[in-house]
Design a protein around this ligand. Structure first.
Ligand code: SAH
Ligand code: AVI
Length: 299
């Protein structure tokens, strides 16, 4: 629940908010703009690698499977897979009802033969899925797995292991910190607007009184932990009201809003192995920016 999670997160010594709450209708639209920014190489690199290796990715997944996608958003890369795989069904799972509705409408126009069963749900808890009619393959692109802590990623992979014997997971690779920094500090400030929209959402939905002019977007690469951290930094000493609660901020104090972990191929394979998968297959874009892992459940 948004309200409980916001109160709990703002009561911690390091204030924090779960990144899954970025994605209301406005947040999903902002994320779609991020994907098209020149600095945000992730989407372009994953699209390029999917086009480049489509035949081999499709052979790994197997034609005619049910494609179960977590965090499907606008289902951009999925369209390539759907064309190549001719899946028996497509099950997009997303917390953003708006993104899910728009993607389902677009896909049903583009692929009138495809059975689409959208699931509005939160993948940080067990999701109730429709009964499977044939073999399922899980697709988790976009490096959304990087927004989970390694423990959460382990729990997620353990859950999906019970749902499908094969998984395709998109993972952003470790690289030059300057390239990472630019991707999360774009010159058009769309990422800043995406980050600040979290406070706007809390104002809209919970009637809080965050003054957005008094918080600033801050993102940096934390090299020892191998992750981009996004924060919202209070520009002044201030307090914010949410119902009967008041939260005090010192000048310079931050709310930690997101982690985006970057994994080398070996690091991600080790994480997957701990959760019961072998990662024999991996596909890269020409520039080696992004990886798509083909995981198989250990028997
Ligand atoms: N797969 C798309 C979108 C990635 S953005 C791509 O590769 O471009 C992350 C997506 O995951 C968003 O659509 C967001 O709404 C969804 N999401 C984030 N946390 C979620 C959660 N806990 N449960 C379900 N969906 C979630
Ligand atoms: C969805 N996720 C993989 C994005 C990322 O890169 O971590 C979310 C995002 N945050 C800032 N820009 C994009």
């Amino acid at each position: 629940m948004l309200k409980d999670d916001v109160i709990a997160g703002l009561s911690l010594p390091q204030k924090s908010l779960p990144p899954k709450y970025f994605y209301d209708a406005a947040g999903s639209r902002l994320f779609e703009r991020i994907c098209r920014l020149p600095e945000y190489y992730l989407t372009r690199a994953e699209l390029a690698l999917t086009r480049r290796h489509l035949g081999s990715i499709a052979r790994f997944a197997g034609r005619g499977c049910e494609l179960l996608e977590y965090g499907s958003g606008e289902s951009l890369k999925t369209r390539l897979l759907i064309r190549a795989l001719r899946p028996a069904a497509y099950l997009p799972v997303d917390i953003s009802a708006d993104a899910l509705r728009a993607a389902t409408q677009r896909l049903s126009r583009e692929f009138p033969w495809l059975r689409i069963a959208p699931v509005h749900g939160d993948f940080s808890r067990p999701v109730t899925l429709p009964k499977s009619r044939s073999r399922r393959v899980v697709y988790f692109p976009g490096s959304t797995i990087g927004n989970l802590t390694p423990d959460e990623a382990h729990a997620f992979l353990s859950m999906t292991r019970g749902q499908a014997a094969r998984m395709l997971v998109g993972v952003d690779l470790k690289k030059d910190a300057n390239v990472l920094h630019a991707a999360y500090n774009d010159s058009r400030r769309v990422t800043a607007a995406f980050n600040l929209n979290l406070l706007a959402r809390i104002n809209r939905e919970l009637g809080a009184d965050f003054d957005l002019r008094r918080f600033a977007h801050y993102a940096f690469y934390n090299a020892p932990l191998g992750r981009i951290e996004m924060h919202l930094v209070s520009l002044a000493r201030q307090s914010v009201r949410l119902g009967l609660h008041r939260f005090a901020f010192d000048a310079g104090e931050s709310i930690h809003t997101e982690n985006s972990y970057k994994y080398s191929i070996e690091e991600f394979r080790a994480l997957a192995a701990d959760a019961g998968f072998t990662g024999k297959k991996v596909w890269l874009d020409r520039q080696g920016l992004f990886a798509l892992h083909g995981l198989t459940a250990k028997t």
